[in-house]
Design a binder for this molecule. Structure first.
Ligand code: NAP
Length: 256
């Protein structure tokens, strides 16, 4: 019997975890796709291809020519373009699509969140008075805070921030998570941070800074995530495994 072919759009810890789960038992033929942004990506448990497809059309062509039976969008909740492309391409190629998306963080007792809908709103919410800001929103968009150069920024990312921030008081920190709450408390305290800016990424690996802000009574500007369109969503890898099982066993019953 031919193995089912699955293309996983990755770039997240969950995508790697899912690839590892799906590779067990050799039931599926798997390819994990990475954008190629991270200079030194972690080793992956399955075959990897790297780089863009050339928009939704390119991805649709890749799905058709590769004979894929399923597309999994396990990209980051804030990677909007590739998720849009995945939806269009899956429709065009007639390939089922499931999205793996960790649930949003919810504010808990003691949290002081200001929820905003965009980076622009986050910058405005910092206000005019200089503040000491912890910016942990990834390396690609940090430069937009050049619009508010009066603040001090502690910017953390895996790879160097590119383009850099055009502001006089910036400290860069290159580190890869997961980050523990106690270490985050120490980092925020050491740098005399008085406000945190974060995307509502969800998941445990980067929650430490949110928990640390609560411990220290610091405000957090929380950038809300875009919605996931009209795509079936699995909240974690276990749910995804069940959905895949269901999809292929339903296909088998129909003789597909
Ligand atoms: P994006 O804006 O949604 O995508 C821009 C373009 O990059 C896409 O149109 C596509 O190029 C290519 N691309 C993105 N993900 C890809 C993948 N997994 N495989 C092949 N091509 C991909 O994406 P982004 O926000 O720059 O994120 C890039 C990658 O970093 C994603 O894999 C994402 O999971 C990961 N990531 C993003 C964030 C974040 O906050 N945005 C955080 C952590 C990790 P073509 O149109 O040419 O196909």
């Amino acid at each position: 019997m031919d193995k089912k072919r699955i293309l996983i759009l990755g770039g997240t810890a969950e995508a790697r975890e899912l690839a590892s789960l799906l590779s067990q038992g050799g039931v599926y033929d798997l390819i994990l796709s990475l954008a190629g942004r991270t200079l030194d990506p972690r080793p992956q448990p399955v075959a990897v291809r790297t780089g863009g497809f050339g928009g939704a059309e390119g991805l649709a062509e890749f799905l058709k020519s590769g004979g894929f039976d399923l597309l999994i969008d396990a990209t980051h909740p804030f990677a909007r373009q590739i998720s849009k492309n995945a939806e269009i391409a899956a429709g065009a190629a007639g390939v089922p699509l499931i999205r793996l998306e960790r649930p949003r963080w919810q504010a808990a007792g003691g949290d002081r969140w200001t929820e905003v809908g965009s980076l622009r709103e986050a910058i405005e919410a910092l206000g005019k008075q200089p503040r000491r800001v912890f910016l942990a929103i990834g390396r690609q968009e940090a430069f937009r805070f050049s619009a508010a150069p009066q603040h001090f920024y502690l910017v953390r990312s895996i790879d160097p921030v590119d383009p850099p921030l055009d502001a006089p008081h910036v400290t860069y920190l290159q580190e890869r998570g997961p980050f523990r709450k106690d270490d985050e408390v120490a980092l925020l305290t050491r740098n005399r941070i008085d406000i945190v800016v974060s995307k509502n990424s969800g998941g445990a690996a980067s929650y430490g800074k949110i928990a640390a802000a609560r411990v220290l009574g610091l405000p957090v500007i929380m950038i809300g995530r875009p919605d996931s369109g009209n795509v079936p969503v699995a909240g974690d890898t276990d749910e995804m495994m069940r959905m895949i099982d269901h999809l292929f066993s339903a296909g088998k019953k129909r003789g597909v």
